[in-house]
Design a protein around this ligand. Structure first.
Ligand code: DQA
Length: 142
């Protein structure tokens, strides 16, 4: 059975309370449940995690690199700052898909650059939680 690691970066644990006009009213638990249901229907396994710590995300990528068939990452603010996560993703020999609830390119200019994009096969942004399901579908086709 295919195993997909889904990583979420800082402040995504606050979804539901956090700027709902931008990120919607769903919590991260709601998104995890949506992903788990979708994965079960597709016959794949997911491991869904969130961290507010850059180094923890780097460590998870290193630890799981030989155990997964694909990775979905919403690195949140680290998208725009983290060479360390970029470098860790380069260790992977499996496809990486970047996801954002909002479309960062239509927001402040400091959100326009992504350190994830050069190592990602695709990016789903601006589709809200549905972007995670689109990413799962894309990885199922791999
Ligand atoms: C985000 C967009 C980022 O710019 C922001 O820092 C986030 C969330 C999104 O999902 O839209 O925390 O990754």
């Amino acid at each position: 059975m295919k195993k997909i690691l889904i990583l979420n970066g800082p402040n995504l644990n606050m979804l539901g309370q956090r700027e709902p006009d931008i990120y919607g009213h769903q919590t991260l638990d709601d998104i995890q449940t949506m992903c788990a249901d979708h994965a079960a229907q597709a016959g794949i396994a997911i491991d869904f995690r969130q961290s507010n710590h850059e180094g923890e995300i780097v460590t998870w990528i290193q630890q799981e690199k030989d155990r997964i068939d694909g990775l979905i990452i919403n690195a949140a603010a680290y998208t725009h700052t983290s060479v360390a996560i970029h470098d860790a993703l380069k260790l992977l020999n499996v496809p990486v898909i970047e996801v954002h609830l909002s479309d960062p390119e239509t927001r402040e200019s400091f959100r326009h650059h992504s350190y994830i994009a050069p190592v990602a096969k695709a990016c789903f942004k601006g589709h809200g939680a549905k972007g995670y399901l689109m990413a799962l579908d894309a990885l199922c086709k791999e």
